[in-house]
Design a protein around this ligand. Structure first.
Ligand code: ADP
Ligand code: MG
Length: 258
């Protein structure tokens, strides 16, 4: 049987000074998995995502993307990637969407979307433009191709950021609270795009506080607390009777929400 593991994270540890933020986190995503990562503020969720795409260097542990181990070198208490070339190649396989959109403000939406495929993947520009237009249509902002980010609403900017990530044809999409910076009335349009991606079979790791998404769209829920995986399971398990007391307490804060 072919190995369909797209992302494998093993025993990641990360400290900032004396503060151990990740204390040995492991997670596997198979093809088409949509994993919601939930947890209180400060539990290490962003650091975890940043360690996966090496925006932060884990002190210890392993990350494999589509079966390829990111090679690390120890230097004292810390480690660093053994090959920058491999890091660039792995990063291109991981689409990242941030809370704050992070579009390039001096470029139009279309330019934002084709930047990676043209300059990193060195693909023909005309082909990239055509694909970018299709992606913008898919996320519902085809008419914004020539606009600058500042002229878009937050929801439109986040959908553009998703299109930009997809333009690299990533193997896994990482989302860090993609709707947390949005006005409430704009959250739905972004969640709809994410749901459509999930239904197409994209492998996704989503840090979110949207309990509706975690329950109804993801097939697995991971609850992080104090730099560790407290518990994980299917939404049915996690939101059902058998959930860990700390997870129950956590979701209690969201009761009455979506
Ligand atoms: P979450 O995303 O779950 O809210 P974070 O991963 O952002 O948590 O942060 C976890 C902890 O790590 C917090 O205490 C935060 O202050 C600390 N932290 C995160 N990034 C850094 C950094 N670059 N330097 C020092 N401390 C950091
Ligand atoms: Mg965070």
């Amino acid at each position: 049987m072919p190995d369909t593991t797209r992302l494998s994270v093993r025993n990641i540890r990360k400290s900032f000074g004396h503060h151990e933020v990740l204390r040995g986190i492991s997670l596997e995503a198979r093809d088409g998995d949509v994993i919601s990562v939930l947890g209180p503020s400060g539990s290490g969720k962003s650091t975890f995502l940043r360690c996966i795409n090496l925006l932060e260097m884990p002190d210890d542990g392993e990350v494999l993307v589509d079966g390829e181990l990111i090679r690390m070198m120890k230097s004292g208490a810390h480690s660093r990637p053994a090959s920058q070339k491999q890091v660039d190649h792995i990063r291109a396989e991981l689409g990242m969407v941030f809370q704050s959109f992070n579009l390039w403000s001096h470029m139009t939406i279309l330019q934002n979307v084709i930047e990676g495929p043209v300059h990193v993947l060195k693909r023909p520009r005309a082909e990239c433009v055509e694909e970018a237009q299709a992606l913008l249509k898919k996320v519902g902002i085809a008419d914004k191709a020539n606009a600058y980010p500042a002229h878009l609403s937050g929801g439109q900017q986040q959908r553009a950021a998703i299109a930009r990530a997809l333009a690299m044809k990533p193997k896994v999409m990482l989302f860090d609270e993609p709707t947390s910076a949005l006005d409430p009335e704009l959250v739905g349009e972004v969640l709809r795009v994410m749901r459509a991606l999930a239904e197409e079979g994209m492998t996704m790791l989503v840090v979110t506080h949207e309990m509706g998404f975690a329950r109804n769209v993801s097939n697995r829920v991971v609850f992080m607390r104090d730099g560790l995986v407290d518990s994980s399971g299917t939404p049915h398990e996690m939101f059902g009777e058998g959930a860990s007391p700390s997870f129950r307490q956590f979701i209690g804060h969201f009761a009455g929400g979506n």
